[in-house]
Design a binder for this molecule. Structure first.
Ligand SMILES: CC(C)(COP(=O)(O)OP(=O)(O)OC[C@H]1O[C@@H](n2cnc3c(N)ncnc32)[C@H](O)[C@@H]1OP(=O)(O)O)[C@@H](O)C(=O)NCCC(=O)NCCS
Length: 336
């Protein structure tokens, strides 16, 4: 058998060298939602843990949120925008069908040397992006990659549907990845999908299947549809399994993880994951009480806030795990 010429090649690691995040100024509380739909602060807090969320204005498309988070990550990493080779923007609420949102971000931050594309994996997009960045860095194709998770869900939520509108918010988070000899960086990642379950969480209209303004647009609105109970069940199962598998891949025991950063959808989902992994909740980063579910941005904002507030130090291991429409899920173990 001929040997694989790449097998002995040293793998270039990819580290997160800076993070940033941005959420819009406007706060929408549960009391504000009581004026829109039949709900209560008590119901929302007890079923989800969410107290308030941020809402972007009409003048703020997703690229605006993304560019502000990216700028903050660039400053945090201590690099210049010109050093960025690739921008991956994970979003399910792009500014337009095309150009991609990453191109708009490129212009806003002055990353003139970057190639740009968007990545669509709903709420799981940021970790799909981190793994994509790692592959480009490991292969030696690119040195410095900006990964953004950004979503303006307020634009695709049905504000008359209490089952969904209370859950979501707007925001963006970003990370700069680059090879660093000082850390092992991204140690292992898992990504998974199950397209058979597409219709438990989706936006039926607006795409090529049912174009906005087309003959079936009344039955297929450009707003989110969700089967909450099914989504809940699959979210817990997928994130527990993805966490266990990625820890095994990385050769890291749960006790060695300084901070668990899960998708920020529902406090009860996070508590169920902690329970099944037998890890105390104080090792889980939670900020959904302030932002709700910001989709691709959620884990990225949580990562940035956890890093800046000293939840972990250089050399510590962290685990991020996400879940979203598709269905999609992903997990990543990082040595900080
Ligand atoms: C949506 C979710 C919070 C609902 O919580 P739940 O405990 O499962 O609640 P149920 O769906 O059983 O609904 C219970 C009742 O509350 C009602 N209800 C739903 N939303 C409500 C609201 N905002 N305010 C008040 N009542 C509400 C329902 O209509 C239902 O009433 P019924 O029993 O008369 O039919 C929960 O299922 C969930 O978080 N699912 C996952 C959502 C998610 O994470 N999505 C994104 C993934 S990336």
């Amino acid at each position: 058998m001929p040997s694989n010429p790449l097998a002995d090649r040293p793998v270039r690691t990819a580290s997160i060298i800076g993070t940033g995040s941005y959420t819009p100024d406007r706060v929408m509380t549960n009391a504000d939602l009581e004026k829109l739909v039949e709900t209560s602060d008590e119901w929302i807090q007890s079923r989800t843990g969410i107290r308030e969320r941020r809402i972007a204005g009409p003048e703020q498309p997703t690229s605006d949120l993304a560019a502000r988070a990216a700028q903050s990550a660039i400053e945090n990493a201590g690099i210049s925008a010109e050093e960025i080779d690739l921008i991956i923007c994970a979003t399910c609420t792009p500014d337009m069908f095309f150009p991609n949102t990453a191109c708009f971000v490129q212009t806003k931050i002055g990353a003139v040397n970057a190639a740009c594309f968007d990545l669509s994996a709903a709420c799981s997009g940021f970790l799909f992006g981190v793994e994509t960045a790692r592959q480009y860095i490991a292969s030696g194709t690119y040195e410095t990659v900006l990964v953004i998770g950004a979503d303006k869900l307020s634009g695709i939520v049905d504000w008359t549907d209490r089952n969904t509108c209370v859950l979501f918010g707007d925001g963006a988070g970003a990370a700069i990845l680059r090879h660093s000899p000082e850390s092992r960086g991204v140690m292992a990642s898992r990504m998974g999908s199950d397209g058979r379950l597409a219709e438990i969480l989706y936006i039926p209209g607006g795409g090529s299947a049912h174009p906005a303004g087309g003959p079936t647009s009344a039955e297929n609105p450009v707003t989110m549809k969700m089967n909450g109970r099914e989504t809940y069940k699959h979210a817990v199962t997928a994130m527990v399994s993805a966490s266990q598998k990625v820890l095994e891949d990385a050769g890291v025991s749960p006790d060695e993880v300084a901070c668990f950063i899960p998708h920020q959808a529902n406090l009860r989902i996070i508590e169920a994951i902690a329970d099944r992994l037998n890890i105390s909740m104080d090792r889980f980063m939670v900020n959904l009480d302030r932002y709700g579910n910001t989709s691709a941005a959620a884990v990225a904002i949580a990562l940035d806030e956890a890093a800046r507030s000293g939840r972990f130090q250089r050399g510590d291991k962290i685990l991020m795990v996400v879940f979203g429409g598709g269905l999609t899920w992903a997990s990543t173990v990082v040595e900080w």
